[in-house]
Design a binder for this molecule. Structure first.
Ligand code: ADP
Ligand code: MG
Length: 543
């Protein structure tokens, strides 16, 4: 509250909560660091899982940073900012969410120490940013470019991303699927490639084992053939994709038709049937033997289509309609008159098959489809969910590598190397910023530290050993392999990751740490309370 000559002036609305200076800072730091503390035990292949129960009592078991943060409801604004970076990381590269949160937490811890030594927030802010820029530079020099045709490396990267998931024995298969799926849907751009995960449809079904998951060079549509008299299997397929209803449009107004004799009524019905017959005739004469319709298909139209042996599916999702065009080359038409042989999609086989308890339509044998499907299986819902998260990570890792074909060593190796080189860089900067850069360098060591801690190893000893290794001329890629618990060249043991995932993790962690360091005032408006309704007002609305 400000004062003039002893008279208080009210600046903020009543009920506003304001915390400034040290209290604000301490609380922000504590809240943000607390999030990192929750998450850190789930980092890496030896990370622990969390059992999360939502407010409906549904349970999720996961060691996936993003999934955990999605489930826990965070109140404090600084903690929310940390949750946000996990989301950003997830949206931009899909993997590395735990890493980014853990690094952000450690950057804040180190910043707190610097603040306690009376180093100004601006110095920390500036030092951290210099360090991030330098780290990006170093990453570019120590990462290794790969050949875009080198399928083996893509598979290794996919496998590394799944090391932290519980899909024992299925990594090889999932890596193969992820690699083939991304290679199939990638698009050339500016001399390189991009891949859109929207072109990969994932269908989750519990029932069989994870090993029965498969990639389909085509699509799966989670619908059934609409009429029992229609064929369930068609080869040499020509597909009409229609987003208008195969029904007679009902008039908007109510009409009354008086008939004097039964024939007239029959004429009326015949007329409707004729319109439907015209519609279906157009489809059949275009050469189509399969119809996917986004809207409904009238019973009579179904009969006509069934009689002509046309396999039809109705109420197909819009997103599936688009994938159908990408997979089969069909055009989506909203006027049946526009159907022509050219607008039809081509596939080798369309078949209704039972998956678990449901029937689904498989469209396969598509020539160079630009959309594909992955059927993810598992013996229970929880296993299917974990398998799905694993597949997601593998797809993201391969996508990241397709778009930026450069790899780095995992298992903390690259962060150790960044840390070492940043320490050297700090000494060239001098002044108080040097302290901030050194703090930043040390903070990056948190990843190998936690990876080791989660595996029950002594982190202090490990970091000392790794530091010594990195002082050697060939030490750049040395990290900790957690299945053997040995310090080794991580490239040699195939623990490799896309450069862009770590780049993004460092970037978002630094951004959020810098943001929180600069906050010295937290002003929280009082929560909106709806209060009792005013009867007068209600009356006004009623009128
Ligand atoms: P994130 O959410 O950040 O992706 P993960 O739980 O997936 O977190 O763990 C990723 C970390 O695990 C990376 O630092 C990666 O290098 C490391 N990692 C993966 N496989 C191994 C391995 N075999 N040995 C040591 N570290 C590994
Ligand atoms: Mg991961």
């Amino acid at each position: 509250m400000a004062q003039i000559g002893g008279t208080p002036i009210l600046i903020l609305k009543e009920g506003t909560d304001r915390r400034t200076g040290k209290t604000a800072k301490e609380q922000n730091f504590a809240a943000a660091i607390a999030i990192a503390e929750i998450i850190k035990s789930s980092l890496g292949p030896k990370g622990m899982s969390k059992l999360l129960v939502d407010n409906l009592g549904d349970i999720t078991i996961s060691n996936d940073g993003k999934t955990i943060l999605d489930e826990i409801e965070v109140e404090h604004p600084a903690a929310k900012m940390i949750v946000e970076i996990a989301k950003t990381q997830y949206n931009k590269v899909g993997d590395g969410t735990t890493t980014s949160v853990v690094i952000a937490g450690e950057l804040l811890k180190k910043a707190q120490n610097l603040l306690d030594e009376d180093i100004h927030p601006n110095v920390i802010f500036h030092g951290y940013r210099l360090a991030m820029k330098k780290a990006e530079e170093i990453l570019n020099t120590i990462s290794k470019k790969i050949n875009i045709q080198d399928k083996n490396t893509f598979k290794k990267v996919a496998k590394t991303s799944m090391n932290s998931k519980n899909i024992v024995g299925a990594q090889e298969k999932f890596a193969e699927i992820a690699m083939n799926a991304i290679m199939q849907v990638r698009n050339p751009r500016n001399g390189g490639f991009t891949a859109d995960l929207d072109d990969i449809q994932i269908i989750k079904k519990s029932g069989k084992s994870i090993q029965d998951s498969e990639l389909i060079f085509g699509l799966i549509v989670d619908k059934e053939v609409v009429h029992s008299g229609m064929p369930k299997r068609i080869t040499n397929v020509k597909i009409a994709v229609i987003d208008t209803a195969l029904e007679i449009e009902k008039t908007e107004f109510t009409a009354e038709i008086r008939v004097k004799n039964p024939n007239q009524l029959q004429n009326f019905i015949d007329q409707e049937d004729k319109m439907l017959k015209d519609m279906t005739d157009k489809i059949i004469s275009s050469g189509a033997n399969v119809v996917f319709c986004q809207k409904g298909i009238d019973d009579t139209a179904q009969d006509f289509l069934a009689k002509s042996g046309v396999l039809s599916v109705r109420r197909v999702k819009k997103s599936d309609m688009e994938k159908l065009t990408r997979a089969t080359g069909a055009q989506i038409l909203n006027r049946i008159e526009d159907l022509s042989p050219k607008s039809l999609g081509i596939a080798g086989l369309v078949e209704e098959m039972k998956v678990g308890k449901d029937n689904m339509i498989f469209i396969t044998g598509c020539k160079d489809p630009k959309a594909v499907s992955i059927l993810v299986r598992g013996s229970s819902t929880n296993i299917v969910e974990e398998a799905n998260r694993s597949m997601h990570d593998a797809l993201c890792a391969v996508k990241a590598l397709v778009e930026d074909p450069a790899i780095i060593a995992g298992g903390g190796a690259t962060l150790m190397e960044l840390s070492k080189q940043l320490r050297n860089y700090a000494s060239t900067i001098g002044g108080k910023e040097q302290l901030a850069i050194e703090a930043y360098a040390e903070a990056l060591e948190i990843v190998p530290k936690i990876l080791a801690e989660n595996a029950g190893m002594d982190p202090v000893e490990l970091i000392a050993d790794l530091r010594a290794k990195h002082e050697q001329s060939n030490g750049t890629d040395y990290g900790i392999e957690l299945f053997t618990q040995k310090i080794c060249n991580m490239i040699d043991v195939d623990v490799i990751e896309p450069r862009s995932v770590l780049l993004q993790a460092i970037h978002s962690a630094t951004e959020v740490a810098c943001l929180i360091v600069k906050i010295d005032d937290v002003i929280v408006a009082s929560k909106l309370s709806r209060g009792p309704k005013m009867p007068g007002k209600e009356h006004e609305i009623e009128e």
